[in-house]
Design a protein around this ligand. Structure first.
Ligand code: FE2
Length: 352
């Protein structure tokens, strides 16, 4: 929208958009120290460089400030009353929501013991007191730059997840499918005692496994009847399209094999690569099982929902055909029969 001066009328823009005339902040820093003089000194130094600086005087307040201000870096003294810098650092680094925020601990010179404790608490860097202003600024600049790259990757990933949810929204009959697959696959991963990173990959894979359906025409994706052989061939392309969409994002490295191979079968009759046996990545095998289970227990325009018990029977038939690993199907069935599968969304078979 144009105004008299020929510039953009920013009243038409969402309030959170900064006007173009305001240079963006180069980063938000949280300074934590119980000595007021130190906080003032560091704040003055960093403000001069263009950072937005907030402060706290102990670990507890620091954690609250992080939750409130979402800083790009925390610069924290180690010796403070109440929750000290080590414990506050550990709390930030064990919380998935804050673990990527760089933490720089301020320690006394030559205090090796403090450094070891800091490393154990997950600190990203140290600065010794009394500090050298040039060194402090250089370290902060470099860590904030890395944090910004991580944020950009995060944003790229969230775009892809949004895209996956958009596909689900196109097809009302699959509502909640992604959430359920994420929940079932990570529950099965936990039952198999996979580690935390593997379970996170399975959770993401649940959301993203069918992302390639963005490239499938509505006439096929939304067809309220079984697909013709030609249409089925087109539908099968979603595995390859999906893998390409994940691109080279590092954060999706472990999810890509799920996206490409979740329709493979152990006997080589699946797609897109007709992989056999152990050549099919474990995560993709897990996703294949939970995908079939959810499809069977959800009503579609052309078929009613099966009960969970009937769906387990179908999975056992697929084991006997040589399509699925018996141990994985058994473990999944055990989870279901023991009521250990998370209940997500409106799966039709929950009543049984
Ligand atoms: Fe799929």
């Amino acid at each position: 929208m144009s105004t008299d001066s020929g510039t953009v009328d920013d009243t038409a823009l969402p309030q959170s958009w900064a006007p173009l005339s305001t240079p963006p902040s180069i980063g938000r820093i949280l300074v934590v120290d119980d000595v007021g003089g130190n906080v003032s000194l560091i704040t003055a130094l960093l403000c001069r460089d263009g950072y937005l600086v907030s402060s706290a005087t102990n670990g507890h307040d620091a954690l609250k400030a992080v939750a409130r201000d979402h800083p790009d870096l925390v610069l924290m003294d180690v010796r403070m009353p109440g929750l000290d810098g080590f414990d506050a650092c550990e709390a930030l680094k064990t919380n998935p929501a804050t673990r990527l925020i760089p933490v720089v601990l301020m320690t006394a010179q030559q205090d090796t013991e403090d450094r070891i404790r800091g490393i154990e608490a997950g600190a990203d860097d140290f600065i010794t007191k009394p500090f050298n202003a040039h060194e402090l600024r250089a370290r902060i600049r470099s860590l904030v730059r890395i944090k910004r790259y991580t944020d950009e990757l995060d944003t790229a990933e969230s775009v892809i997840v949004s895209l996956a949810l958009t596909i689900e929204a196109r097809d009302r009959s699959t509502e909640g499918h992604c959430q359920r697959l994420a929940a079932y696959a990570s529950a099965l991963g936990r039952a198999l005692e996979l580690d935390g990173d593997d379970i996170a990959a399975l959770h993401r894979g649940g959301f993203l496994h069918d992302i390639g359906k963005v490239g499938i025409p509505d006439a096929i994706l939304l067809k309220p009847a079984r697909l013709t052989p030609d249409e089925y061939e087109t539908m099968k392309r979603h595995a390859i399209i999906g893998e390409r969409l994940c691109g080279e994002l590092r954060s999706l490295r472990r999810v890509k094999p799920i996206v490409r191979h979740h329709h493979e079968r152990l006997d080589g009759s699946g797609y897109p690569d007709r992989l056999k046996g152990d050549a099919i990545p474990l995560f993709a095998q897990i996703m294949g099982i939970v995908d079939v289970f959810d499809a069977l227990t959800t009503a579609r325009p052309y078929k009613p929902a099966l009960t969970a018990a009937r769906a387990y029977e179908e999975l056992q038939i697929e084991v006997r055909r040589g399509w699925r690993r018996a141990d994985l199907v058994e473990q999944f069935e055990r989870l279901g029969r023991e009521n250990r599968l998370p209940r997500v969304g409106s799966r039709d078979a929950w009543s049984d």
